[in-house]
Design a protein around this ligand. Structure first.
Ligand SMILES: C[S@@+](CC[C@H](N)C(=O)[O-])C[C@H]1O[C@@H](n2cnc3c(N)ncnc32)[C@H](O)[C@@H]1O
Length: 216
């Protein structure tokens, strides 16, 4: 059940409630804890523990084996997704910053996932076309530069199998989704093209997570 306030989006979640739920449903092991605490100089801008767990469960529900991530950082969401893939699965994760990519590779080795994940260095728009031969894919997770979300979404929809899932983090654009800005237009374009090609929703995580299941 919901009441008027919660139906309209008000939240009962407090920080202690959110922490308790994350500890209960999505506890960190050593590998996740390591990737959640990047070294000095690397921003801690990864998804939260519950969002990471949500990504993993959605990939599991979709029966994902082959996945692509745009925006590795140091591999926190990468570990969640890679662990959720079926037998023989593989994740290609794209990262623009070589320093982030190097730390991610170390974190993935510590998680015993080096053979399941390829971290590809470069800009998403340049790297994505080079991955097409590995497709079609079962899941694409977008979590990088917001100006290109519409381009990443277009690529995802062209390279997912029917029934595959596209996920896009920061879908509320830090509160700026409706702004008259290039980022706002790109993010709204992403929402709209996913809504057109998929059964979709924007899950009201703290900054919004678009989920689309590609139609036939
Ligand atoms: C929000 S972080 C990714 C967090 C990660 N998905 C997680 O939750 O653990 C965004 C990452 O995208 C990278 N990035 C920025 N622009 C990019 C681009 N054009 N292509 C690929 N990666 C990019 C940044 O260097 C940064 O490491």
């Amino acid at each position: 059940m919901a009441d008027d306030d919660s139906r309209a989006g008000s939240r009962y979640a407090t920080r202690p409630i959110l922490d308790w739920c994350a500890d209960t449903h999505a506890p960190h092991d050593a590998a996740l804890a390591r990737a959640f605490a990047p070294p000095d100089g690397v921003p801690a801008i990864m998804v939260g523990p519950s969002e990471g767990r949500l990504l993993a469960l959605l990939c599991k529900l979709a029966g994902a084996r082959k996945a692509v991530e745009v925006g590795t950082l140091v591999g926190y969401s990468t570990i969640h997704i890679a662990r959720a893939l079926g037998d023989g699965g593989h994740l290609w994760s794209i990262e623009f910053d070589p320093a982030h990519a190097a730390i991610a590779r170390d974190n993935l080795a510590a998680a015993d996932l080096s053979d399941r994940v390829t971290v590809v260095e470069g800009a998403g728009v340049d790297v994505l076309p080079t991955l097409e031969g590995h497709g079609p894919f079962d899941a694409v997770f977008i979590d990088a530069d917001k100006l290109n979300y519409d381009r990443y979404g277009t690529w995802a929809l062209a390279n997912l199998r029917s029934g595959g899932i596209v996920l896009g983090d920061n879908a509320f654009l830090f509160g700026e989704l409706l702004d008259d800005s290039d980022r706002g237009r790109a993010m709204r374009g992403f929402h709209e093209l996913v809504a057109k090609a998929c059964d979709s929703v924007c899950i009201p995580t703290p900054d919004g997570l678009v989920l689309g299941i590609k139609r036939t």
